[in-house]
Design a binder for this molecule. Structure first.
Ligand SMILES: [Cu+2]
Length: 121
């Protein structure tokens, strides 16, 4: 009887933990979907697009894909961001909210070509 009770309590505990984990996962997914996302691609050491319009006063996410066979670093002094991208990989960079204006970014390993800017308005 006692062991049955303990067993039932454990099951309840697991069910509660599982449901908490599940609702947290659903919440995270819903949360992630709420943030606007913008794509940037690095190809042949150029950003495509090199100019990207994003909304002011809004937190958003850049999905940066390095299509080159060499590593690159998404870097921006204006945005205070610096993230290594391995070859053929995608990273997510969370940015903002930003005031209206122009914010430069570059690829630190190919600064001569990998230049871009965010137009925030
Ligand atoms: Cu750097």
């Amino acid at each position: 009887m006692t062991s049955n009770f303990i067993h039932a309590s454990r099951s309840l505990l697991w069910a509660t933990a599982l449901s908490a984990a599940l609702s947290s996962a659903i919440f995270n997914a819903a949360n992630a979907a709420d943030i606007p996302e913008f794509d940037l691609v690095i190809k042949d050491h150029f950003y495509q697009p090199s100019e990207l319009s994003v909304p002011a006063e809004t937190k958003f996410r850049l999905r940066v894909t390095n299509e080159d066979p060499t590593p690159e670093e998404f870097e921006s002094t204006d945005l205070n961001r610096e993230s290594i991208m391995l070859a053929k990989r995608t990273i997510l960079v969370y940015v903002g909210p930003l005031h209206a204006g122009t914010y430069n970014f570059y690829g630190d390993f190919h600064r001569g070509t990998a230049q871009g800017r965010l137009i925030v308005k």
